[in-house]
Design a protein around this ligand. Structure first.
Ligand code: FAD
Ligand code: FES
Length: 288
């Protein structure tokens, strides 16, 4: 069973877990994801690759506590184990020299955009990085991103740090400056990816987004992760998770993500009331 080397809180709702999975790490590429099961009775949760330490075979997963399984993950101590970690799944992000390339990460999306930024920089691109979150205490990976970006911008919705406003404000300023941008990749909340894609379309700059629909098997068998892209239906787990943002039906994605809200809430509350629940009080209150 994969060993958890570390599992620490890095923000009000975010944790960083280091898992030793040498074979997976050897094959994994930026943009791909894994599916974790915490225990035999647990559900399968897709998590993006938030970092790859190839020398030591260690995968970084940055996760946000939003429900039962992500809350359960906080209870695994350093030195503990998870039942399994399957992957790498999905297609890697395109890596090429485009000239100037921009990565945009919002909220938990700041994590998966980082290995992509590393790969794009290594490919010889001039790399601009824009990260954003509701408030300063939710921002993370700032030093990591700063260390590789040719230009770095942080944004907060409440103005507590960096630009007071959204990542799309900074992106618009760059596009309006007339600088030729070859490629943009945005990962974050669906609404952020939609706004970014709508913004870049009239400028004609290719813009990829990483979609996070509900997934079950992660191998193209169940159809749960279907998304509408242009005139076609795609399975995000095998055809993605990256897609051309100018073609994605973001409204349908939002609708499908909310389809089981009531069941998810009930499942979390049943978990809280179960005798074996070992959640810290501070974690119990995170899920609304
Ligand atoms: C390709 C991909 C990569 C992801 N990467 C990350 C990541 O790096 N970090 C992170 O924090 N989260 C990531 N997610 C989302 C993560 O999988 C969900 O937050 C997690 O499954 C929630 O489970 P839960 O039991 O805690 O919450 P639940 O109460 O079960 O659900 C809360 C919300 O999480 C989402 N969700 C629930 N089940 C799934 C599922 N099986 N597949 C996808 N989304 C689900 C839904 O929006 C749901 O409303 C990713 C999702 C996908 C598809
Ligand atoms: S998760 Fe089942 S088909 Fe993609």
């Amino acid at each position: 069973m994969p060993k958890v080397l570390d599992n620490v809180q890095i923000g009000p709702q975010n944790w960083k877990m280091l898992v030793r999975v040498p074979k997976l790490v050897e094959k994994a590429r930026p943009g791909q994801f894994v599916i974790i099961r915490v225990n035999e009775a647990g559900e399968r949760v897709p998590m993006s690759i938030g970092g790859l330490d190839r020398e030591n075979g260690v995968l970084t997963v940055i996760y946000q506590v939003v429900g039962k399984t992500s809350a359960l993950m906080t209870t695994i101590p350093a030195g503990g184990e998870i039942l399994d970690c399957v992957g790498p799944l999905g297609l890697p992000t395109h890596v090429k020299k485009w000239g100037t390339a921009i990565v945009v990460g919002g909220g938990i999306g700041i994590a998966p955009i980082y290995p992509i930024a590393q790969a794009w920089k290594a490919a010889g691109n001039k790399l601009y990085t824009i990260i954003g979150a509701r408030s300063q205490n939710i921002l993370f990976y700032e030093n990591e991103h700063k260390a590789i970006a040719d230009k770095f911008y942080a944004c907060t919705d409440d103005g507590s740090y960096g630009h007071h406003g959204f990542v799309s404000d900074i992106l618009k300023q760059i596009l309006d400056s007339g600088e030729k941008v070859g490629m943009i990749m945005a990962i974050g909340p669906v609404i952020m990816m939609k706004v970014v894609a709508n913004l870049t379309k009239p400028y004609g700059v290719p813009t990829w987004v990483s979609l996070n629909p509900l997934m079950v098997d992660g191998t193209g068998m169940c159809g749960g992760c279907r998304v509408a892209v242009g005139d076609t239906t795609k399975f995000a787990c095998v055809d993605g998770p990256d897609f051309d943002g100018h073609l994605v039906d973001f409204d349908l994605l939002t609708k499908r993500l909310n389809a089981y809200k009531e069941q998810e809430k009930n499942s979390f509350h049943r978990f809280l009331e179960s005798p074996g629940c070992k959640l810290a009080d501070s974690v119990k209150t995170l899920v609304k």
